[in-house]
Design a protein around this ligand. Structure first.
Ligand code: GRG
Length: 302
């Protein structure tokens, strides 16, 4: 008799809410205000401004999937959010995307000035590495070093910085190909999501085959995440997004919807999510959180 696939009873909304609360508490405790107060206030302003906390949650969930604990993964989870937040602060600067709103609040430079916003980003980036190195517990030193090395590669020219440069160079150009667009987004957005999953696996002691399988899951959700981001820039409101809507069109940016249209973009994102979920087949019910997070990425409204 054919085995019936039971619908999963996994409650993603509660899972995300619980993990988000844990992350908020850890982030709040990670960065006390000391002298000079202004820079710590600027760093905390953006770090504690909300957001979905998807990167830390992916790190915690992957570590947990492979039998690791929260004390093993939480410092890296916080570091991922520090890096993500610093990239948002710098992305919003007048020299980059020039935005006044982020996460429903004025952007860092609008509140603290450009000089302090640049330094707040720098401060968060440096602190992320310090935090992983000094706070991670019960993980073999070589695995901590591997996570730090991967974080470094992810933020540098091989990752976020490289993706951002190509993105800036592509603005206003009408001949951007799908291949270039994918290069931009696998670097600018996908790399940090991939490292969120992979670092959780490494902290739990995963071997290279397991890391490889989970990387493929993460690469697929990373690209799908950006396709949906492009769609939301067109379809969602400023209130839903917490930042200015319609920016891609105004900046004449090539996007997946501009290449493929909205419906085909959504189909492509769903195909990537289906492939991501396939990569989790060996883990059974234990991977319910990672499966549900993948599906959430295409269904999200902000
Ligand atoms: C990393 C050294 C270094 C510099 C930064 C500015 C820059 C270089 C890169 C840009 C990276 C960037 C802003 C990519 C966009 C990623 C993205 C889709 C952000 C939105 O993420 P969500 O939806 O946001 O997870 P929340 O607010 O929920 O966290």
């Amino acid at each position: 008799m054919l085995e019936q696939r039971k619908p999963s009873a996994f409650d993603l909304a509660s899972y995300l809410q619980d993990k988000k609360e844990l992350v908020e508490i850890a982030l709040d405790g990670s960065l006390p205000i000391v002298r000079p107060e202004k820079i710590y206030e600027a760093m905390r302003y953006s770090l504690l401004a909300g957001g979905k906390r998807l990167r830390p949650i992916l790190c915690l969930a992957t570590c947990e999937l492979l039998g690791g604990t929260e004390e093993m993964s939480m410092p890296t989870a916080c570091a991922l959010e520090m890096i993500h937040t610093m990239s948002l602060i710098h992305d919003d600067l007048p020299a980059m995307d020039n935005d006044d709103y982020r996460r429903g609040k004025l952007t860092n430079h609008k509140v603290f000035g450009e000089d302090i916003a640049i330094l707040a980003g720098d401060g968060l980036l440096a602190y992320a590495f310090e935090f992983v190195a000094t706070q991670t517990q019960n993980v073999a030193p070589q695995n901590i070093i591997e996570v730090i090395a991967r974080l470094g590669r992810t933020v540098g020219a091989a990752g976020l910085v490289g993706g951002q440069v190509l993105d800036l160079e592509s603005e206003g150009k009408t001949d951007i190909t799908a291949e270039t667009l994918t290069f931009i987004h696998t670097h600018k957005t996908g790399a940090l999501l991939e490292t969120s999953v992979v670092s959780g696996a490494i902290l739990a002691g995963a071997g290279s085959e397991e890391v490889q399988k989970l990387s493929q899951y993460a690469q697929n959700i990373g690209l799908a995440f950006q396709i949906i981001d492009d769609i939301l820039d067109i379809t969602a409101t400023q209130e839903e997004l917490g930042k200015t809507a319609g920016k891609d069109l105004a900046a004449q940016k090539a996007t997946y919807p501009s290449l493929w249209g909205i419906e085909e973009s959504r189909n492509q994102a769903q195909q990537l999510i289906d492939s991501a979920i396939d990569k989790l087949a060996d883990y059974g019910e234990k991977a319910a959180p990672l499966r549900a997070i993948a599906q959430y990425i295409v269904n999200r409204k902000h």
